[in-house]
Design a protein around this ligand. Structure first.
Ligand SMILES: *Cc1c(COP(=O)(O)O)cnc(C)c1O
Length: 371
C-alpha cells in the first residue's frame, strides 16, 4: 500500500485540488512593460520570498535574459539563484546579517547593501580574497533601514577606503508612500536622495513598483520592480489589469461537494453565516492550510463557472464554502478560481483587508505550482 502510494506520488497519477497556474509569458510581458516605462534604467528583478510565492526557480529563469540583475532579501535566496545557474548580479537588499557570511558572498559574487555601522565595521575588519560590490542604503524617509543623511559622507569615505569594498560603490534608498498619489513624501525623499548623491559617480536606485509607475523622475540608474512583474498592483485603488499589466498567477481549486441547505441553517465553524433562503453551498478544497486567509469575510468573491459568488462561513484549514445559489447547476469536480486573470487578486485582497502582495506570497507548499 505504501509502495503504491509512493508510486502514485511520483507519477502524479491523482488529481491535486489546489493549484496555482503561473503564466510565465505574462511575467515576461510585464517585465517588457517595465522596460518600456523606464527605458533608460537598468532593471533589478526582485525575486525575494520565493518570487512573491510564484516559484524562485521558474521565475528567475523566465526573466534571466531581460532582467539586468536580481534582488533578494536573504543570502539563501541568492545562493539558490546561483545554484540554479543565474549568473547575473544579485543584490542582498537588506545586506548581510552576519560577518560570517562575507566569504560566501565574495565567492558567489553577490552584491550587498550596507545600511548600518555594524555592517560597515564587519567589512572593515574581515579578510577577503576579493572585494564585494556594495550599495550604500540611505534612509531618506522610510525610517526602516539605512544610514541617516548626516552619516552619508562618513560612510562614503570609509567604504571607499575599505579594501574589501569594490570601487563600484552604488547608492540605494526606498520610498515609504509612493503608492499614495496625494502624498508628497516620495518627491521629498527623491529630492533628498538626489541631493545627497549628486557629488558621487556611483549608480543610484530608489524606485520599486509604485515609484516606477507613479514617479518617472525616480527611475534613476536602476529600477527595482517586484509586485508589478507578477501582475499585481502596488496601489490600493487600481488593479494591475487597469494599468496594462497581466496577472501572472491564477489560484484554483475544485468543488468537492455541493450541499442543499435550508433557510437559516448556519454554515461551518462558529455558524458565522446562515442563508436567507434555501440554497446550494459549494465546498471548495482550499483553506488556510494552503495560504488562503482564514480572515476572509463573508462575501469575499470566488469565481465558479464564470460567476462571481460570495464566500460564506469561516475559512477552514482545508476547505471553504461558497453560496452557489438555489438554481446552481455546478457539479462536484468543477474548477473554482480564487484569484487570477478573471478575478483580480487586488479585489480579493480588498475584501480581506490586506494587499495582493500578502495573498500571493503566503501560499503554502501544499499548492501545486503549474507553469
Ligand atoms: C521588496 C523590495 C522591492 C520591490 O518592491 P515592490 O513594491 O514589490 O516592487 C524593491 N526594493 C526593496 C529594497 C525591497 O525590499
Amino acid at each position: 500500500m505504501l509502495v503504491l502510494r509512493l508510486m502514485m506520488n511520483n507519477s502524479q497519477a491523482y488529481t491535486q485540488a489546489a493549484t496555482a497556474y503561473v503564466d510565465l509569458a505574462a511575467l515576461q510581458f510585464n517585465l517588457a512593460k517595465v522596460r518600456e516605462l523606464a527605458p533608460s534604467s537598468q532593471i533589478m528583478a526582485v525575486v525575494k520570498a520565493n518570487s512573491y510565492g510564484h516559484g524562485l526557480h521558474a521565475v528567475s529563469k523566465a526573466v534571466s535574459v531581460e532582467a539586468d540583475a536580481f534582488g533578494v532579501a536573504r543570502i539563501e535566496e541568492a545562493l539558490q539563484l546561483r545554484a540554479n545557474g543565474i549568473v547575473k548580479p544579485i543584490l542582498l537588499l537588506e545586506g548581510f546579517y552576519s560577518a560570517q557570511d562575507l566569504p560566501v558572498i565574495t565567492t558567489n559574487r553577490i552584491q550587498t547593501v550596507v545600511h548600518c555601522i555594524e555592517q560597515l565595521e564587519a567589512l572593515e575588519q574581515v579578510q577577503l580574497d576579493a572585494p564585494i560590490s556594495v550599495w550604500l542604503k540611505v534612509d531618506t524617509g522610510m525610517h526602516r533601514l539605512g544610514i541617516r543623511p548626516e552619516q552619508f559622507l562618513e560612510f562614503v569615505t570609509r567604504l571607499k577606503r575599505c579594501p574589501n569594498v569594490a570601487d563600484d560603490l552604488r547608492f540605494i534608498s526606498h520610498f515609504a508612500c509612493a503608492d499614495e498619489p496625494n502624498n508628497d513624501s516620495a518627491p521629498r525623499q527623491l529630492a533628498l536622495f538626489k541631493q545627497l548623491t549628486n557629488q558621487e559617480i556611483g549608480e543610484c536606485s530608489i524606485a520599486a513598483s509604485a515609484g516606477l509607475l507613479a514617479l518617472p523622475d525616480s527611475h534613476l540608474d536602476w529600477v527595482r520592480p517586484g509586485i508589478i512583474m507578477y501582475g499585481v498592483s502596488p496601489f490600493a485603488d487600481k488593479t494591475a489589469g487597469q494599468m496594462g499589466l497581466k496577472p501572472v498567477m491564477t489560484l484554483t481549486s475544485r468543488l468537492i461537494a455541493i450541499r442543499d441547505v435550508k433557510q437559516g441553517e448556519p454554515i461551518g465553524y462558529g455558524g458565522t453565516w446562515a442563508s436567507p433562503c434555501d440554497t446550494k453551498i459549494g465546498i471548495v478544497a482550499i483553506g488556510y492550510g494552503d495560504g488562503y486567509p482564514r480572515t476572509a469575510p463573508n462575501g469575499t468573491p470566488v469565481l465558479v463557472n464564470g460567476r462571481q459568488l460570495p464566500l460564506v462561513g469561516r475559512v477552514c484549514m482545508d476547505m471553504l464554502s461558497v453560496d452557489l445559489g438555489p438554481e446552481a447547476k455546478d457539479c462536484v469536480g468543477d474548477e473554482v478560481i480564487l484569484w487570477g486573470a478573471s478575478l483580480p487578486v487586488e479585489t480579493v485582497a480588498h475584501h480581506i483587508g490586506t494587499s495582493g502582495y500578502e495573498l500571493v506570497t503566503k501560499l503554502t507548499s501544499r499548492i501545486a505550482m503549474v507553469y
